[in-house]
Design a protein around this ligand. Structure first.
Ligand code: MSP
Length: 680
């Protein structure tokens, strides 16, 4: 395997504003770059801007400014996006830079001198927005087959590249066959192979119809075709054609060279680009990964529809909630398997952040660290499984973590981000379950030695899972994982560790202490509009805070929270008939939101979804639970209790629980049950 790793985004057209599509490729490449650095590779991560072409020329003239003035005014916005996304790129190239212009002229000349570029005459259909020529046969309903817009007939003198050369085509087809990952995902391979086999015509690589481009050396009426210009950025940014330096280091035979692009520009990257390289006698990239496209709430994103997702605004909102850019990065890579199309909506993103980050990961982090502080004086215990059995569930112990880590590595290296994240989540979910089932808060109360060993093993195991998760999720959420890492008592940065090696990097060292509080929660829960509206309604004293409730139950008795059910209607010996029991309407509920009642250490105010409506329930569970732990929990609600006020706040039901106020546990279910289901 190569010790260098060169990864690139497409260079972005400056006549567009930065949007979610640009953010997507950048985040994916950044994740790969960070992961490969952790593996000890020497990484070059390149991105940049594509600044030539007829569209830019048209926009600039419409604005009444020079082309150069226009590109200089818009290119910085793409650089800003990189910093907002926390991209760790090592290079940024603009196609208007001299180093790039010289490189393009050079490669053009090399191909011209070899006879692979020649001068001829061109007549065909041209699509201005796509800057592409089409044959009559290729047109779809007489329109551009790519974008569906009108095309115009164009005849001009042009330089041509010998794309039709059988020797080059064979070479490319062989390369595709011998390198199964060259076109990724592999499902896209056939479309490229059949395009090559359909018979390639020589490609026009110069234009005389506009001037905003790189002139053909020695024939300045022509400018070099934008795609030959743009694709060469992958070389020019490394210093090509100068021998040595980054170019020699990252662009060599056998080196890891990965171009990440959107599916719409695969042909340019998987056919034209390798053909240029073959003709110029240069090594080919190892992999071209074409990702899918985002639609916006089910619709194609477009300026005219006004639904373009502005990544600056998304991150700004997440920053306001304390979630930051990492929530966006996580959503982009988790929501959709890389390679497939996906749908973006704010609700989907907030849902993902709340359920995965605030609930699952946030809970594990919060509970583990707090309990280590509370029960073990802040010292992270090193689990010792020799003196205590391993307790179910399983994905939290070293051999299993190693297995998951290997799966994760293979998935990330294939750029299967969503799968890799799900692999990490197996540990996170099981660690949460371990805490739920082993109840460290109860173990901490026990005087038995076996319980104190168990307490240490449970919290030590949870800590190892947290540590392993922080490292494995670091490439995706660098800022927040550094924060967790620090709270686990590390004085180094994950970024500076070369820890993705098959060791047991998740082990906590003997005597390691967590960072003393107060601590910031890495992923505060984002209040959805629905919860906000419900809270506002409940504050106004409206009874029903949620959906309308056809057939919703009527509250009947007093919610003294939490108290054992009283056996109303009991007969001799305290026994009741089934009919009496059936009078109690028990429902499955899901806690949507929870916060402490001010000035009370016991009461927590919750919004609980009971299927037909959302109830505000006040429970005396604040000594045993932190509000953050409650959100997302499935609980049992006594739904037909008469509403009552606790410290002036109305409670519309009660949760079933058992135990003393300090150690009390809510009743729940072994597996997920939908809110509203009757409990019998
Ligand atoms: N300038 C060319 C690339 C030249 S690379 C040598 C270009 N630029 S672009 O700005 O139009 O597109 C950049 C990338 O954004 C492409 O990979 C494209 O697929 C991607 N996306 C544009 N809209 C998108 C979505 N709605 N969703 C995901 N990615 C999308 O093409």
């Amino acid at each position: 395997m190569s010790d260098t790793f060169y990864i690139t985004t497409p260079i972005y057209y400056v006549n567009d504003v930065p949007h979610i599509g640009h953010a997507y490729t950048t985040v994916a490449c950044d994740t790969m770059a960070r992961y490969m650095r952790m593996r000890g590779k020497d990484v070059f991560f390149l991105t940049g801007t594509d600044e030539h072409g007829q569209k830019v020329e048209k926009t600039a003239s419409a604005k009444g400014i020079s082309n150069k003035e226009f590109v200089d005014s818009v290119a910085p916005r793409f650089k800003e996006l990189l910093s907002v996304l926390n991209a760790s790129n090592t290079g940024f190239i603009r196609t208007t830079e001299t180093r790039h212009i010289e490189a393009v002229k050079h490669i053009f000349k090399v191909l011209l001198d070899k006879g692979d570029i020649y001068k001829g005459e061109y007549e065909d259909w041209y699509c201005v927005p796509c800057e592409s020529f089409w044959t009559t046969l290729q047109l779809k309903d007489e329109k551009c087959p790519d974008c569906g817009r009108a095309v115009e007939k164009l005849k001009e003198e042009s330089y041509f590249f010998r794309l039709s050369k059988p020797e080059y085509q064979e070479k490319l087809l062989r390369h595709i066959e011998e390198n199964p990952e060259f076109i990724s995902p592999t499902s896209r391979k056939n479309e490229i192979v059949s395009f090559i086999n359909s018979g390639l015509r020589d490609l026009s690589v110069s234009r005389t119809s506009f001037t905003w481009g790189i002139p053909v050396p020695g024939d300045e009426r022509h400018v070099i075709y934008v795609w030959l210009d743009a694709l060469t950025n992958y070389l020019s940014a490394l210093g090509y054609p100068a021998e040595g330096g980054d170019y020699a280091k990252y662009w060599r035979e056998g080196a890891d060279i990965v171009h990440v692009i959107g599916k719409d520009i695969l042909r340019f990257h998987a056919v034209y680009w390798p053909m240029f390289l073959i003709a110029a006698g240069l090594p080919l990239p190892k992999r071209i990964f074409a990702h899918g496209w985002w639609t916006i709430a089910g619709e194609k994103m477009s300026k005219s529809k006004g639904n373009v997702v502005d990544p600056f605004a998304v991150v700004e909102e997440l920053d306001r909630h304390g979630v930051g850019v990492d929530g966006f990065r996580y959503f982009l890579l988790r929501e959709v398997p890389f390679g497939l199309d996906g749908d973006y909506s704010r609700d989907a993103m907030v849902g993902r952040i709340n359920s995965d980050l605030a609930n699952d990961l946030g809970n594990l982090h919060f509970r583990t660290i707090n309990m280590i502080e509370k029960y073990l004086g802040g010292e992270i215990p090193v689990p010792n499984y020799d003196i205590d059995e391993k307790i179910l569930p399983f994905n939290v112990y070293e051999p299993e973590i190693l297995g998951l880590f290997r799966a994760y590595k293979a998935q990330i290296e294939k750029m299967s981000f969503s799968e890799a994240i799900q692999t990490v989540w197996k540990m996170i979910s099981d660690a949460n379950r371990l805490i739920d089932t082993q109840a460290p808060w109860a173990l901490a109360k026990s005087d038995l030695e076996k319980d104190s060993i168990r307490l240490k093993n449970v919290l030590g195991t949870a800590c190892q899972v947290l540590k392993a998760s922080a490292v494995m999720l670091y490439p995706i959420m660098p800022e927040k994982m550094e924060m967790i890492w620090k709270q686990l008592g590390h004085s180094t940065l994950i970024a500076n560790e070369r820890i993705i090696v098959e060791s047991t990097f998740w082990r906590c060292a003997e005597g390691q202490r967590i960072m003393p509080g107060p601590r910031v929660a890495p992923f505060p829960r984002i209040e959805t509009e629905r919860i906000k509206a419900m809270k506002a309604a409940s504050e106004k004293g409206e009874k029903k805070v949620g959906r309308d409730a056809p057939g919703a139950t009527k509250a009947q008795s007093t919610p003294t929270l939490p108290s054992p059910l009283e056996g109303g209607g009991s007969e001799g010996g305290g026994l009741i008939k089934i009919d009496d029991f059936m009078k109690v309407d028990l429902r499955v509920g899901k806690v949507l939101d929870a916060e402490r009642v001010p000035k009370s250490d016991k009461l927590i105010k919750m919004l609980v979804d009971i299927g037909t409506e959302v109830r505000q329930i006040v429970g005396g569970i604040g000594k045993a639970y932190h509000p953050q732990e409650l959100v997302g929990k499935t609980v049992v609600v006594v739904a037909n209790l008469k509403p009552a006020k606790l410290m002036g706040i109305e409670s519309q039901g009660m949760l079933l629980a058992a135990g003393d106020p300090d150690t009390l546990k809510l009743a729940g279910f072994e597996a997920d049950v939908s809110p509203g289901t009757k409990v019998k």
